[in-house]
Each structure stands twice: as C-alpha cells, then as structure tokens.
Write a protein that binds this ligand. Structure first.
Ligand SMILES: C[S@@+](CC[C@H](N)C(=O)[O-])C[C@H]1O[C@@H](n2cnc3c(N)ncnc32)[C@H](O)[C@@H]1O
Length: 309
C-alpha cells in the first residue's frame, strides 16, 4: 500500500506551475532518453506505468518510489522512526542530526519527538550514509572530493552532502529516468546547492568524453531496481572513469541482485568484481543488532575499492 504525501507544509511558490507532466523540460528529457537507444533506458521496476501510479511530481518527497517512508511501517511508523533515530544518533559522529534539519517540504513525512528537531527518513538515511562514508573514507578532510551519484532520485543525498561537507567540490547526479533527472535539477536549484551539486542528463553524461575525476560513486537502492544489462553498463562507465570507491546499498542483505523485466532477479556481485571493484566493507545499515531486528530493516552498505588503488 502506498503512503501518500504529507500536506502539513504548503508547497513553495511556483512549485505547482513547474512540477507538471507537461513541463517542456521534462517532455524534452523524456524524448531524449527514449530516442537515445541506451540500454539503461529499458526499465523493469521503473517502467512508465509504475511511475505514473507512484509519483505525484509536486510532492516528490512524499512516500513514493524514491523513498519509502510509511508504507512498510504504517501504524508503527512513529515508533519505528524513533527507534531508527536512536540508531542514527549512536552513529552520528559528525553531529549532522542537529545541523541538517528537516522542513517537510514537498510532501515529506516528518516525525517529532520531545527534545529533538523533526526527522524524516530522508534525513535519517542521509545522516547514516554520510557518517558511514566519513568513517571509512574520511570525506570531511578531503579538499578535492568529487562524487558521482547514479540513480540519485530527487537529489536527497546530493543536497545533504552539500550541507554536511563544506569542502565538497562536485556532486554529480545522473539517472536514466527522465522524471528523476528533472526533479533532481529542480530540487538542487531550489535548495541553492547548484552548481556544486548538479543533475546531469543521461544523454549528456553518456556522450561526454570529459568527466571530472570522481573519487567516489554512490548507488543507493538503485542498481538493485534495474536489469543486469543496465548494471553492467553503469559499471563499465565507472571502470572507464577509474572511480576509486563505489558504495552500493542494494535492497537485499546478501549482495547486489538485479530486477529483470520478466520479474526474475540475477545476482550481480561478479559483475561488480569484473568491473575491477573489490569489496572492502560490508556493514548493516542499522548498526545496533536489537534495533535492526525491531525496525525490521536489514539493508547493508557494500563499499568497494577499485583494485590497484
Ligand atoms: C529507490 S530510488 C533511490 C533514489 C536515491 N538513490 C535515494 O536513495 O534517495 C531508485 C533510483 O534509481 C533510478 N533508476 C531507475 N532505473 C535506472 C537506470 N536504468 N539507471 C540509473 N538509475 C535508474 C530511479 O530513477 C531512482 O532515482
């Protein structure tokens, strides 16, 4: 069951006029992706029909295909997000929970508890991911950090990384779903973090011979919602770009499994290895064993390093 969107916070001025299916920018992106012939535009879970049932453009931060917020938690949402908050707080060595904030804009479901600012799944996931990257890669000390986010959704992590990492040089978001590229572009502009973070159209990314030297690529719940053919295509790009580290969060605890058009699923761990990446860390996203069981989420971080770096 879908979880809809929260209407507590009104949409910002102009959002309803811009975030429309007939926006010329979105129509052009759709056309370009369709005509590109790129294998990554042959979708399984992200087919047009699914998207039209799941996504209301102006409330893109509601409970939808980008970030599940309520549907799996339902009546226990308030309780489970509190447990989630306890776990995130234990891991939040950068104190991001106090710094980043959640304004509930664009339909985001937020939760308030005594003595703590409002939280959302967007905020909690992002704080957890940034602390994980900090712990293993020491991001905050780097002066030249460039990140590529594949399947970046509406730019959730891009915006949070810009907030959390003042020294971040570039955070590029790329996606094979036109609506995602469109929303991400809107959101990053709205949050005022462009051009440091930007939404790159797939066609531009695929045709460009010149890319920044990315040290890190991230893929949060996105490869796992694509076909193996798509995953292999992206992995080849990462190999060509000589990206040093790759963070994948799949939808399965054991490893990266694809979602095929016929509904089957294929293990893709060997494809990651064939692209030159070795697994250096596998860690449960929810660190506390008891909380993980109570919340009922067993996602894992898979951090890879390119062999020879
Ligand atoms: C569950 S959402 C996750 C979004 C984002 N990574 C986050 O964690 O907030 C999955 C993302 O994968 C993207 N996606 C779907 N098919 C893709 C493909 N073939 N290539 C790249 N990204 C794709 C979707 O557009 C969406 O942005």
């Amino acid at each position: 069951m879908l979880g809809g969107h929260c209407t507590d916070v009104p949409l910002p001025q102009g959002a309803l006029q811009t975030l429309r299916a007939d926006n010329p920018q979105l129509i052009e992106l759709r056309r370009a992706y369709r005509d590109s012939g790129l294998v990554v535009t042959r979708h399984s879970l992200w087919a047009d029909e699914t998207l039209s049932q799941e996504l209301e453009l102006p409330w893109f931060r509601g409970d939808n295909a980008y970030v599940w917020q309520l549907r799996q938690l339902r009546a226990q949402a308030r309780l489970k997000q509190y447990l989630n908050l306890l776990d995130v707080r234990e891991q939040d060595h950068l104190s991001l929970l106090d710094q980043l904030g959640e304004d509930g804009l664009f339909g985001c479901w937020t939760f308030e508890y005594a003595n703590t600012p409002a939280v959302s799944r967007d905020l909690l996931d992002s704080v957890r991911e940034i602390n994980f990257l900090e712990r293993h890669l020491g991001l905050s000390g780097r002066h030249d950090l460039r990140v590529l986010d594949i399947g970046a959704g509406y730019g959730r992590l891009a915006y949070r990384m810009c907030q959390a990492m003042p020294k971040l040089v570039a955070y590029d978001c790329v996606d094979a779903v036109a609506e995602s590229t469109f929303l991400c572009d809107y959101y990053l502009n709205f949050r005022g973090v462009t051009p440091r973070a930007r939404s790159l159209p797939l066609t531009r990314f695929a045709s460009s011979a010149e890319h920044p030297a990315y040290q890190l690529a991230v893929n949060i719940h996105s490869f796992t919602e694509c076909t193996r053919e798509t995953i292999v295509w992206w992995l080849q790009r990462l190999a060509e770009l000589e990206v040093e580290h790759l963070l994948i969060v799949p939808n399965d605890a054991d490893g990266l499994v694809s979602s095929e058009i016929d509904g089957s699923r294929i293990a893709c761990d060997e494809d990651v290895a064939a692209a030159g990446f070795e697994l250096v860390v596998r860690e449960p996203v929810i660190a506390n064993d008891e909380l993980r069981e109570l919340i009922g989420v067993n996602d894992h971080f898979f951090l890879y390093r390119r062999r020879g770096t």
